[in-house]
Design a protein around this ligand. Structure first.
Ligand SMILES: Nc1ncnc2c1ncn2[C@@H]1O[C@H](COP(=O)(O)OP(=O)(O)O)[C@@H](O)[C@H]1O
Ligand SMILES: [Mg+2]
Length: 416
């Protein structure tokens, strides 16, 4: 999977940008607050997931602008694909894939794959369980888009059950209804548990191997799934677990009514990472914890490859300076053959590199461009102002990307 072109208009501090990245390593460097992460975020949004910055969507639109537009052209199995997203203030965003409108950006999942690694991930081991659940959910969604439906169903039922728990205090006759919710919740939970458990099992095997490579056969890394029911469950996938979960949910009822919220369920799931059987959270050094995260992230990309046959685009946002040289080298070597975007303040790390492209980001605009090694000339980031990039030319460029992107044919925006 290779991005061949990205166009942005009024996305965060990026007024207008047009970039044709190379097939290998693309380095985007520049001072702080210039828009490097914004560019990575824009690429990430095409996976159909929420922003890795967990921002509200209107924050993606450039201040004082009504609409942000993005076009991504990428190659998948030697075929050109194109996706567009347009965010508008107070209106539903519009998304297309190969010129066909989609209901939501979530429907982009399974079409464009990416893995992002940013400094926020470095505290992954120390963070609260919600961060690890988000990692799990977003990783699984990419390789199994219907997982998002399961997740949404579960969270809807959870919300309804919690509302019911509040009402129960006043109205005991609602107990019958609780029975119905408990059963639904048990079934949906079993589904999520099976998928998450399976994912982590495979993730653990890959992570162990990668960690072994990073630490030169140091400790043994294992990843364990901790279900939010706090119970041992049969490992065999043929054994039904729904009745066991239902029993546990029922046992929890008194407590649930007391707290007015559901105390057990996949919304309490977690992942535990171990080094030689000791939990990395409590026993791992900072360096070991970073190696763990790096292993998990690289495994995430291998899992996408294994499941889809496509190598995801790798987004390394500002992590180079956070890693020591041996981890940096390991990372770069293991990404051979994939398209990688790397942002950094200091391009010196890459001086010895003989392939790839180098872009400079300045105030949301592209400044000068230089090419490393392969000398593959390309437009790179085009600087602004650029005569060919305003007025009619702009309209035409956007018009080529379907009616959505044309200025005069925005169509009726659906209300949110
Ligand atoms: N919606 C927005 N409109 C305009 N500017 C924005 C918006 N969102 C973020 N910014 C600006 O983008 C800049 C940060 O860009 P970022 O990509 O994080 O920088 P860096 O190059 O350090 O990665 C900040 O100056 C911030 O104010
Ligand atoms: Mg940044």
């Amino acid at each position: 999977m290779k991005v061949t072109r990205i166009e942005l208009e009024h996305f965060r501090n990026i007024e207008r940008l047009e970039m044709e990245p190379g097939d290998t390593v693309n380095i985007i460097y520049g001072d702080n607050a210039q828009g490097k992460t914004n560019l990575m975020e824009a690429l990430w949004m095409f996976t159909g997931a929420k922003s890795f910055r967990s921002a509200r969507e209107t924050e993606l639109i450039q201040l004082e602008q009504p609409v942000a537009r993005m076009v991504l052209a990428f190659e998948r199995e030697q075929r050109e694909q194109q996706a567009t997203i347009a965010y508008a203030r107070g209106r539903k965003k519009q998304v297309t894939f190969n010129r066909v409108p989609l209901e939501s950006s979530a429907q982009l999942a399974g079409r464009f794959y990416a893995v992002v690694f940013s400094p926020a991930h470095l505290s992954f081991i120390q963070d609260g369980p919600a961060v690890r659940r988000r990692f799990l959910d977003s990783a699984i969604c990419q390789i199994m888009p219907r997982y998002l439906d399961y997740l949404t169903d579960y969270h809807r039922v959870l919300r309804q059950r919690n509302a019911l728990l509040k009402d129960l205090r006043k109205n005991r006759s609602l107990m019958d209804l609780l029975e119905v919710f408990d059963q639904t919740m048990a079934g949906l939970s079993a589904n999520l548990i099976k998928i998450r458990r399976q994912y982590i099992k495979r993730l653990s095997a890959h992570s162990e191997e990668i960690y072994n490579g990073i630490s030169h056969g140091g400790e043994r890394l294992t990843v364990e799934y901790r279900n939010g029911f706090g119970m041992e469950l049969p490992q065999s996938s043929s054994e039904p677990i729904t009745p066991l979960l239902l029993e546990k949910i029922k046992k929890s009822r008194q407590e649930d009514i007391f707290y007015q919220s559901s105390q057990v369920g996949p919304h309490r799931d977690d992942i535990a990472v171990f080094l030689n059987g000791l939990e990395a959270k409590s026993f791992g050094s900072q360096g070991q914890q970073r190696s763990c995260v790096l292993s998990l992230k690289l495994s995430e990309s291998i899992m996408i490859e294994e499941s889809t046959g496509q190598s995801p685009v790798i987004l390394l946002d500002d992590v180079m300076s956070e890693l020591d040289s041996s981890r940096r080298d390991y990372l770069l070597n293991s990404l051979e053959g994939r398209q990688v975007f790397i942002t950094c303040c200091e391009p010196a790390y890459f001086q010895g590199m003989n392939r790839g492209r180098l872009f400079k980001m300045e105030k949301g605009h592209a400044a000068e461009r230089q090419f490393l090694g392969d000398g593959t000339a390309g437009p790179g980031l085009r600087s602004q102002p650029d005569d060919s990039w305003d007025g009619a030319a702009l309209e035409e460029a956007f018009a080529q990307n379907g009616p959505l992107m044309s200025q005069k044919d925005e169509g009726p925006w659906q209300e949110e």
